[in-house]
Design a protein around this ligand. Structure first.
Ligand code: ADP
Ligand code: MG
Length: 556
């Protein structure tokens, strides 16, 4: 047994209890990680435990008897004094522990640290003692700071990601809108193309009959009426032609061209068309890439854009025409409409009235116009069709009251590629003089298709279901330049027989035969020796080349 215990035996129970409490207290003081400091009424340090030594860096002996102020940074002295004074006078004998305050402590080496302090007062009677418990919260503060920083970073990342998602969904929305618009235009094209084609045929009949009638009428007044009807029918034909351009069904004659040259060529004309109150500025790209397009259609397009601009600037303004090399990436919204790649852009900007969103949405529709009584609504739609058929695209940016920019994109053609592409698929020889071709085909449906294909190459077409009808037509129509006949024509005379007749009676008319049979089965290497024969099935290019070369054979 230890001596202490033996000693206790000699004491009374109360004394033994209090002595045990003291040693418990001593143990607590020794092992507590917090600083536990006792102060007397003058706030001098009377106890300073091991935790306090660790936290403040003082040895116990160095601070016992000194004012607690040595442990507090100067600037807090007065506040601390006040606090203790109010605490002492508050009449509360023993405050609950746990009422912690955040303070700063001062170490022996002069450094400060954040701390949490609790203070309590002992000894209601007699001299009062303050017990102070101080906990160094440097680490906790650092973790808190770290945590709030990483929270902030996390939040920033979340915000960034949200913004990216929003951007992505907006991009998708735009792409979807572009797709819907493209589908709409496609549907318009289908519809318009069909109607325009039928209409054109009707007009051709009207015009043809008027011509025949004119030849028979001698009376002046009647002739005048006929001429007016012809004029109106021709105007109708011009309109339907523009519709066919919109529907991409009109043969274009694309050539390799430099859009800068073309712009310079029409600048004078535009200046005159715009009038004095509108200034025209052209900004042409240096080293503009070459493109392939129908030059007269391109001129038409730019003139139409300039006229639209003039209409939008009744009091005058500025018109800017720019050319530029542009590369369209796969992520560009416009790549929905035309393949990614290199294009030349022709941009026409005005400072006019601009378009409302509703007008903008419908501007490319054929017949859409806001110029009641003056407009046809065929300007932009024709340009749209031309651009699409040329492998390009057209866009409008416009804001009501802020002017309009229309940009025409046409595909780049490499100079070397251009030189080499003499026989590429997109350069089929088109009709040079709108020659008339008589198509002889006994299958009506097939005949219609052949007629359309030949018409699309720029020729004027006529048709006959058999050889005798063809001969009748050849005798009546002096304009027929070529007979394009199937070799097998039902039960009557064959295409070959028809060819022989033409040779005998109309030697100036060229003959091109076609057959679905291999040459020997159709009975004739003989035929091929005498006439040009195009074998079915043939491509658009095969047809174009055969027509072109037959027409031009024997000319030299
Ligand atoms: P039109 O000129 O015969 O009306 P367009 O197809 O050329 O037909 O144009 C269709 C419509 O688009 C116009 O009626 C007009 O409302 C609008 N528009 C076209 N170009 C412009 C422009 N530069 N500024 C303002 N509005 C325009
Ligand atoms: Mg117009």
């Amino acid at each position: 047994m230890s001596e202490e215990v033996r000693e206790e035996r000699g004491k009374g129970p109360v004394e033994a209890q209090s002595s045990q409490a003291e040693s418990t207290m001593a143990a607590i003081l020794a092992i507590a990680a917090d600083a536990i400091i006792a102060l007397d009424e003058q706030r001098r340090i009377t106890q300073f435990n091991y935790g306090a030594e660790q936290i403040f860096g003082y040895a116990k002996d160095e601070v016992i008897g000194r004012s607690v102020n040595v442990l507090i940074p100067d600037r807090f002295h007065s506040r601390h004094d006040e606090h203790v004074a109010s605490f002492a006078s508050s009449g509360v004998a023993a405050r609950r522990m746990g009422e912690r305050r955040e303070i700063f402590g001062l170490r022996k080496d002069g450094s400060e640290f954040p701390a949490e302090a609790s203070i309590t007062q002992l000894g209601e009677t007699g001299e009062r003692i303050f017990m102070v418990v101080v906990r160094d919260v440097t680490d906790r503060k650092r973790y808190e700071a770290l945590l709030s920083q990483s929270n902030a970073e996390l939040e920033a990342r979340v915000m960034e990601r949200t913004a990216a998602l929003e951007e992505e969904s907006q991009r998708r929305e735009e792409a979807r809108a572009a797709l819907i618009q493209a589908q709409r235009m496609e549907a318009f094209g289908q519809l318009t193309g069909g109607i325009a084609h039928d209409f054109n045929n009707l007009l051709a009949i009207v015009l043809g009959n008027l011509e025949l009638l004119e030849a028979r009428v001698s009376e002046e007044e009647a002739s005048d009426l006929i001429r007016r009807a012809v004029g109106a029918a021709q105007m109708g034909a011009r309109l339907t032609n523009r519709l066919l351009t919109f529907a991409r069904r009109r043969p274009l004659a694309p050539t390799l061209l430099n859009a800068n040259d073309l712009m310079l060529g029409i600048a004078e004309l535009l200046k005159r068309a715009l009038g004095e109150r509108t200034t025209l500025t052209t900004v042409l790209a240096r080293a503009l890439w070459q493109t392939r397009a129908d030059p007269s259609e391109l001129e038409n397009a730019v003139i139409n854009l300039a006229i639209n601009a003039r209409d939008a600037m009744p009091k005058g303004g500025k018109l800017l025409i720019e050319t530029e090399n542009v590369t369209i990436g796969t992520a560009d919204p416009i790549a929905q409409e035309c393949a990614a790649g290199d294009y030349i852009a022709i941009r026409v900007t005005d400072t006019g009235s601009g378009m409302s969103p509703q007008t903008l949405k419908r501007a490319f529709e054929p017949f859409f116009t806001t110029k009641e009584g003056r407009g046809t609504g065929l300007g932009l739609s024709t340009i749209y069709g031309f651009a699409r058929q040329s492998g390009g695209h057209v866009t409008i940016e416009s804001q009501l009251g802020h002017g309009t920019t229309v940009t025409l994109y046409l595909p780049r053609v490499d100079a070397s590629e251009a030189a080499a592409s003499g026989n590429s698929d997109d350069t089929v020889p088109l009709s040079e003089n709108c020659e008339t071709v008589l198509v002889v085909e006994d299958n009506a449906e097939l005949c219609e298709i052949v007629l359309r294909r030949i018409e699309a190459l720029g020729y004027v077409v006529l048709s006959a279901p058999n050889a005798s009808a063809a001969i009748a037509m050849l005798e009546k129509e002096p304009d027929i330049a070529l007979v394009f006949s199937d070799i097998v024509l039902g039960s009557g005379p064959s295409g070959y027989d028809l060819g022989l007749w033409v040779r005998a009676h109309k030697p100036e008319v060229k003959v091109l035969l076609t057959t679905g049979y291999a040459s020997d089965a159709a009975g004739g290497e003989k035929i091929e020796d005498e006439f040009e024969v195009l074998h079915k099935p043939y491509s658009r290019k095969d047809l174009a080349v055969a027509l072109h070369s037959t027409l031009n054979a024997g000319d030299g």
